[in-house]
Design a protein. Structure first.
Length: 90
């Protein structure tokens, strides 16, 4: 697993914890399984930085439809929505 982000400063803490980290601009998604978990407003900017075509693209982004997701190339797309309320029986 690799955690990808925009800022090397923010990734440093994760690197110290033993995670493999990369900047978006250095990340080639070709043939990889990719989970998108960031603020939806950042999709357009991040999509421009990613290279290649993912094997599967899983999105946790709220209010982002398939048309918007397809700005990132992938063979397969999946949209998921966590249900925190169900976990806590709210």
């Amino acid at each position: 697993m690799c955690i990808v982000g925009r800022s090397i400063e923010k990734l440093q803490a994760l690197t110290k914890e033993g995670f493999k980290t990369l900047l978006y601009k250095d990340f080639n998604i070709e043939g990889k399984d990719v989970i998108l978990a960031f603020k939806p407003y950042a999709l357009e900017n991040i999509a421009q930085m990613l290279k290649g075509q993912a094997r599967i693209l899983i999105s946790v982004l709220a209010n982002v439809d398939f048309e918007k997701l397809q700005t990132i190339k992938a063979q397969n797309y999946v949209r998921i929505m966590p249900n925190t309320a169900a976990k806590y029986k709210a």
